[in-house]
Design a protein around this ligand. Structure first.
Ligand code: URA
Length: 191
């Protein structure tokens, strides 16, 4: 299993799709050219891989790198939710189409939502969800690297906004007590 890397209290967490061959061998997510691009973009905003958290939606390498199955998504979900509760990131960046759909619970494609931040509750934790192009995909598309770079450049502003209100902080409005019936009230539906 590839659990993830980075700071246990990282304010910024990236979520990729699933380990590939190199990640399965070495145990760390996002190796190779895609990982190098992520590191370069992080350096551009004054961060390192060690200062952020990097995980995948799927913890084990799918055979032949095929797209993960829904049953795999479901069985890995509790790991991601537990990591969110432990690390408590402010900004959560799904990388690419698969992670974005999984975290948003929607079929909307990454190209429509990349670079758009929204407050979302994932598991028990509210985060600033900020989908990004997957660095591996961006590398195949020169304009993609520039879009990704521009989106990453906005991360410091999102981090500066701090964590959104958490579900447990949102106090339900008090429900007024039901008045006792007084003599003379018409009681409907009793008989
Ligand atoms: N390797 C990972 O760890 N995650 C991806 O999404 C792709 C390759």
């Amino acid at each position: 299993m590839v659990f993830g890397t980075g700071a246990p209290d990282a304010a910024l967490m990236f979520v990729g799709e699933a380990p590939g061959l190199a990640e399965d061998r070495d145990g760390d997510p996002l190796a190779g050219a895609a990982g190098e691009l992520l590191d370069e973009l992080l350096a551009g905003i004054g961060l390192t891989r060690a200062a952020v958290a990097v995980v995948n939606v799927i913890r084990c390498r799918p055979p032949d790198n095929r797209t993960p199955l829904v049953v795999e998504l479901n069985s890995c979900q509790e790991h991601l939710h537990a990591q969110l509760e432990l690390v408590q990131p402010v900004v959560l960046c799904p990388l690419g189409d698969f992670a974005t759909r999984a975290l948003r619970g929607s079929t909307t494609r990454i190209t429509r939502v990349r670079g758009t931040a929204e407050v979302r509750t994932v598991g028990a934790r509210a985060v600033r969800l900020y989908p990004l192009l997957h660095p591996a995909a961006a590398l195949y598309w020169p304009e993609g690297v520039e879009l990704l770079r521009a989106d990453v450049a906005r991360i410091p502003d999102l981090l500066a906004q701090g964590p959104p209100p958490q579900p447990e902080d949102i106090v339900a409005p008090e429900v007024p007590a039901v008045a006792e019936p007084v003599a003379g009230d018409v009681q409907l539906g009793l008989f």
